[in-house]
Design a protein around this ligand. Structure first.
Ligand SMILES: NC(=O)c1ccc[n+]([C@@H]2O[C@H](COP(=O)([O-])OP(=O)(O)OC[C@H]3O[C@@H](n4cnc5c(N)ncnc54)[C@H](O)[C@@H]3O)[C@@H](O)[C@H]2O)c1
Length: 446
């Protein structure tokens, strides 16, 4: 901020008392001639010392640079009597790919909640474009993604994905045809999987309450065991051979581990556990350990420990409080994160973000679960994983405040006991979604 923009002048308490507009929580002072204004909390009126030191802002841009939060933007709209869009509230373009099984149900619930949030907050907008790429499309056309489809996707700010997989299509065809066909070319190399026990839900572990299990698993998402290298010879013969080759590149390992350190550094405990299997897998996993040690030197404030993946499963179950941020390979973290979700109560609550941290390509956000054939069409799928996914997407887009508010609304609904069957409740998808929308609407009156 240049010195001319810096808020240096102070509001005189007498002026403020006379001129302040009011709303429920905040006040502002506006000097129409000079075009200056100050924003202050109602509670500060009783505290002359705090109000005397209030900065005066010359323009709304200066204010926004200093306090870019949803609340600040709303306040500014009131000061200048403008709509959020006139203040430059952003519109984000979202590609929705509901795909298969319960994917369409949960994505529909997610879009409903997001629309309620944007309608209530009015600080940014979301525009959804639906893509009907699914196993049905594959069965009709032979392709999950039509020609030019990836170019289309690149135009969006983010991708909101349901799940892919159908009983009559082999799983490796569906996964490689749609999900991995997006993750890999878009270099979404960091797969982020947070887990925690929500208020109002229960871990199957004894003595594991809200706050006792609060992890983020970072999964390498572009190579490793899912690199797609290998082949089959003598198919169908008794001497058939198949190879599945894991690829660990220094580049791929380092960027993932660095991302994990950055994630750990932003969390209060600054604790990272690096998971490998470097006793038995003596090449790729030893490279992981070595790279982790090198990268650790750049993060002296992060405490690092190291676990073998088999021992990690027991630590997750027996001592969940001892963990915070976890980094592991594509396969190991895939398995550990399903265990993590179950330990937090259900796979129906866990989100995942497939991030391109360079932001060259749009990142993709999806619930961790699959298409759940056993409950498809029954209207009972848990939409919480998709709500949390939506919150992760908002945070990635830069709408951190809205993200926190959405997640808080979801947790409030869990705390009220509006839970689907997988969490021990009896509510259906629509009832949980309606309850979340009601909770979101309350944000408008705060
Ligand atoms: N990212 C993806 O698209 C993805 C991820 C995992 C599996 N899959 C695919 O999904 C299909 C089914 O796989 P699966 O059975 O191994 O895993 P799954 O996650 O679909 O289901 C496992 C179990 O969890 C339950 N479950 C999952 N999500 C739930 C929710 N939101 N609410 C309540 N219960 C829920 C299911 O009913 C089932 O009993 C397969 O084709 C698989 O390849 C896709």
């Amino acid at each position: 901020m240049s010195s001319s923009e810096r808020p240096t002048e102070q509001v005189k308490r007498s002026e403020m008392d006379n001129s302040a507009n009011q709303d429920a929580t905040s006040h502002w002072f506006k000097n129409p001639n000079a075009g200056q204004f100050a924003v202050f909390e109602k509670s500060s009126l009783k505290d002359p010392a705090r109000t005397r030191s209030l900065p005066l802002y010359q323009s709304r841009d200066t204010f926004l640079k200093t306090h870019h939060t949803a609340d600040s933007i709303l306040l500014l709209c009131k000061v200048f009597n403008m709509s959020p869009s006139a203040l430059g509230a952003k519109t984000y373009s979202i590609a929705a790919i509901p795909a298969d099984g319960i994917g369409p149900e949960v994505i529909d619930a997610g879009i409903t909640a997001l629309n309620a949030l944007t309608d209530t907050l009015k600080t940014f907008k979301l525009e959804f474009k639906n893509y009907d790429w699914s196993s049905e499309t594959y069965k009709k056309t032979g392709k999950y993604i039509p020609d030019g489809g990836l170019e289309e996707l690149k135009k969006h700010d983010a991708i909101f994905f349901g799940a892919v997989g159908a009983p009559d299509v082999p799983d490796h065809i569906s996964l490689w045809g749609l999900r991995l066909a997006i993750c890999q070319p878009f270099q979404q190399y960091a797969n982020v999987r947070p887990t925690r026990v929500f208020r109002g839900t229960e871990s199957p572990l004894r003595n594991c309450n809200t706050g006792d299990l609060d992890w983020v698993i970072i999964r390498e998402n572009s190579e490793g065991e899912y690199a797609g290298q290998g082949g089959r010879s003598h198919t169908g013969k008794p001497w058939e051979v198949a190879t599945e080759v894991s690829i660990f590149s220094r580049h791929g390992v380092e960027r993932t581990i660095r991302f994990a350190f950055e994630t750990a550094q932003k969390r209060p405990r600054k604790l990272l556990t690096v998971v490998t299997k470097s006793n038995a897998q003596r090449n790729g996993m030893v490279l992981w350990d070595e790279v982790a040690k090198e990268v650790a030197a750049d993060f002296p404030d992060v405490t690092v420990d190291k676990m073998l993946v088999d021992a990690m499963t027991t630590r997750m179950v027996l001592n969940p409080k001892s963990l915070d941020t976890i980094v592991a390979t594509n396969l190991h973290a895939d398995i550990l994160s399903d265990l993590a979700a179950a330990l937090a109560g259900s796979i129906g609550i866990a989100p995942t973000s497939n991030l391109d941290p360079t932001r060259e390509y749009p990142s993709m956000f999806e619930p961790i679960h699959g298409s759940a054939f056993d409950i498809t069409g029954k209207g009972i799928s848990n939409p919480v994983a998709t709500f949390w996914t939506a919150a992760e997407m908002l945070a990635w887009l830069g709408e951190e405040e809205a993200s926190k508010q959405l997640l808080n609304c979801v947790e409030n609904v869990c705390e009220k006991g509006v839970l689907t069957r997988d969490l021990g409740g009896s509510a259906n998808t629509k009832e949980v979604t309606d309850a979340v929308v009601e909770e979101i609407k309350k944000l408008g009156s705060k």
